[in-house]
Structures are given as C-alpha cells and as structure tokens.
Design a protein around this ligand. Structure first.
Ligand code: CAA
Length: 380
C-alpha cells in the first residue's frame, strides 16, 4: 500500500487548487447570492482540462483517472460547490457512461465537445414518481422506424438550463419488470419536442441549476441509444456508483472549507482575553472536524482507486458518500458554532458551506439509499 501521490496526481491537484483560488474563490459568494449559473467558470474549467478528467487524450481529455479527479474535486468544491456539482455531473454522470457504453460514432462526436467544455452534460433519471425508487420511472419512448418517440416529464436535472447533451433514462418496455425495460438515450438540446421546464429555487448550491425536462412527441434517433435497448437501468446504477465518488469528493471539499474557515476564525477571534482557539471547547471541535475529514478523504480515494483499477466499487462508493456527506454536515454545523453569531451571517462563508453541505446527503442517492446499498452488500 502506498499513500504517496504520483507526479501527475500532484499536478492535477495543484492545477485545480490554482483554478479554485484564482477563479472560483473570489466569485463563489456572488454565484450563490445571485443564483448565477457558473457557465463562464465551467468553460474556464474546460480550458484547464477539468471538463474531461476521465476522457482519453485521443478524445481531447486530460485522462487523469478517478483518483486524479477526486483530488481536483476536493479543491474545486472547497471554493465553490455550485461549480463542483456542475463538473461532477458532467464528468462522472455523462462523459464516463458515454466512454464506457457509447458507439465509436457517439464517442467521436461527443467526447471532444464534452472534454473541452464546449458542451455541458446532464444526466436525467428522476421523475415525480421515481426518486429513491429509480426503476419506477415512467417517461416513455416508443420505437417508430429509426426513431424513438419520447413523452413524459423528468425532474431534478442538474445543469438542465445550460446543458447541451442529456443522458435521459426512459421506459422502452412497459411489459417487463421495472428495472428491465429502461433505456438510456442521448438527447441533444434543441431536439423538437424537448424543452426545459421549471427551474427550482434551492437552499444551497444555488448557482447550480436544477430543472424539469419536458418531452412531447419528441423524436430521438435510434442511433442515440446509449448501450443496449432495455439495458439502461444497469447503466444508470453503474454510472451512479462513479457519481457517488464525485459527490463524496464534493462533501470532503465542503468539509475542508469549513475547517479552514474555523481555524482562521478561532485564531483571530478573542474572548475572555485570549483567541478562542486556546479554549479546549473549540480545540475539540477543530480536532473532531480534522479527524473525520481525514477518514472521509481516505474512503473517497480508496473508492476512486478501485474504480481506476476496474474493480467493483459500489459498496466502497456508497460507504464513501455516506461518511463524507455526514462529515460535511457535521463540519458545517460545527463551523457555524465556532463562528457564533458571525457564522449565521452571509458575510462569512461558513453560512454558505452549511447550506451547501445539506444536499450531499440527498442527491445521487440519499443517506438512506447508501445504507441500503451497503446493507445489501453485507447481507448477500
Ligand atoms: N451496477 C450495475 N448494475 C446494478 C447496480 C450497480 N451498482 N445496482 C443494481 N444493478 C442492477 C442489478 O444487478 C439488477 O439487475 P439484474 O436484475 O439483472 O440482476 C438491476 O440493476 C435492479 O437492481 P435492484 O433490484 O437492486 O434495483 P432496485 O429497484 O432495488 O434499486 C436502488 C436499487 C439502489 C434503490 C436504486 O434504485 C438507487 O440507487 N436509488 C437511488 C437513485 C439515485 O441515486 N438517484 C439519484 C438521481 S441522479 C442525481 O441526483 C444526479 C444529479 O443530478 C446530481
């Protein structure tokens, strides 16, 4: 076992740290306050190689692997979780399944556009009737010649407002069990009959957009099927195993931001004639935050490492997401407490981190769903 980073991994971490410091940190509060989609920041991420972490160089990607991506995502999310989730979905939920399941034509067309940041990707699984029970989705696609005709409404689509390519999971066979009759389709923005519906107003990650997608008699070429017809649920689940490593990385980044802000504030803020960092009440909070972050970080890197090796990682990804998201929420709460009244003000970044942390226990599978995945693995 070797915990040292390779030179390439150090390089991508340092490059992401620079991007976070120069581009994201000065704008994160404004992105959150105005609910501004970080499109400009996404394009810049593309120019710096962060929109194609998993894409091979021959398709224009930076091909740094899952460990490299996790290291970069820690840094990016430490500065701006809205940009973080935009990049996580784009890399883990769109480029990754396209690379694994796409035809040569699909890969040649889309991977260079995704990797350069020219096109932003979105992943659309959930509906009003299917959240945690993802296989219950109803949006239908009926074969008509060399097209599928799609009808229905999808919900909770990250980056829906700005994406150019959507991986949409639809029901192609209603007469088999729920998980067996689902297909993944590549849908381009601008396809007639496809529109972006309501945009949600959220508690946190307010720069990221979360939208409804509406399909009305929308004709999608059969050549846009990703993988095999009726094999979409397996693709959705396998993809989410990787996505959960991305959200766990986000959670670690948010937790680190909370710790960093708390250390700074505790050294500056004086009460009873001393910096509050000299009181054990504060030291224990700092120690607990630091220890939990170390544990979560190692779990994320182990899951990413297994994925890079091509080994099973559903269990490890679920464990990493469970622990990292709980750590982010713990650190958000403690960071506000260390700051006292100041932590409750928008003037200090921990207020934003506290709100941003909350979603990490919900999207890409709730804490309860991670426990379900873990328990099924342990009891099988
Ligand atoms: N990899 C590959 N295949 C998998 C798999 C995996 N990780 N997990 C399940 N499958 C396969 C199974 O092998 C099974 O296939 P067979 O019948 O051929 O064996 C099939 O899928 C059905 O599996 P289950 O019986 O386990 O399915 P289930 O209906 O019980 O659901 C679940 C399992 C874990 C609860 C799943 O529904 C789930 O993960 N729910 C949460 C959904 C979720 O995370 N949504 C997030 C939305 S996306 C989002 O938030 C993104 C964003 O924009 C930020």
């Amino acid at each position: 076992m070797d915990f040292h980073l390779t030179e390439d991994q150090k390089m991508i971490r340092d490059a992401a740290r620079e991007f976070a410091r120069e581009v994201l940190a000065p704008r994160a509060a404004e992105i959150d306050r105005d609910g501004r989609f970080p499109m400009e920041e996404f394009r810049e991420a593309g120019r710096r190689g962060f929109a194609g972490f998993l894409v091979p160089e021959e398709h224009g990607g930076s091909a740094v692997g899952n460990v490299g991506m996790a290291l970069a995502m820690f840094e990016i999310n430490r500065a701006c979780a809205s940009t973080g989730v935009t990049l996580s979905v784009h890399n883990s939920l769109v480029s990754a399944p396209l690379l694994l399941n796409g035809t040569e034509e699909q890969k040649a067309k889309w991977l260079p556009l995704l990797a350069s940041g020219e096109v932003l990707g979105a992943y659309s699984l959930s509906e009003a009737v299917s959240g945690s029970d993802a296989a219950a989705l109803r949006c239908s696609a009926v074969r008509d010649g060399d097209h599928f005709v799609v009808d229905g409404t999808k919900l909770w689509v990250t980056s829906g407002s700005h994406a150019g390519l959507f991986i949409v999971f639809v029901r192609t066979n209603p007469s088999v069990s729920n998980a067996k009759g689902i297909t993944a389709l590549l849908v381009e923005k601008g396809t007639p009959g496809f529109s972006v519906g309501k945009k949600e107003e959220k508690m946190g990650i307010r720069g990221s957009s979360t939208t409804e997608l509406v399909f009305e008699n929308c004709r999608v070429p059969a050549a846009n099927v990703l993988g095999k017809v009726d094999d979409g649920f397996r693709i959705a689940m396998h993809t989410l195993d990787g996505g959960r490593i991305g959200i766990a990385s986000q959670a670690v980044g948010i937790a680190e931001a909370c710790l960093e802000a708390s250390v700074k504030y505790a050294k500056e803020r004086r009460q009873f004639g001393k910096p509050i960092a000299s009181f054990q009440a504060i030291q224990w909070k700092i120690a607990e935050m630091g220890a939990r972050i170390e544990a979560a970080r190692l779990l994320v890197l182990r899951a990413a490492w297994l994925k890079d090796l091509g080994e099973p990682h559903s269990f490890e990804a679920a464990v990493a997401k469970l622990e990292a998201s709980r750590t982010a929420n713990f650190c958000g709460r403690e960071a506000v407490q260390v700051h006292g009244g100041a932590g409750y003000l928008v003037d200090f970044p921990v207020e934003r981190h506290f709100r941003d942390a909350r979603i990490t226990e919900i999207y890409e599978g709730t804490t309860e769903i991670q426990k379900l995945v873990i328990a099924r693995h342990l009891l099988r």
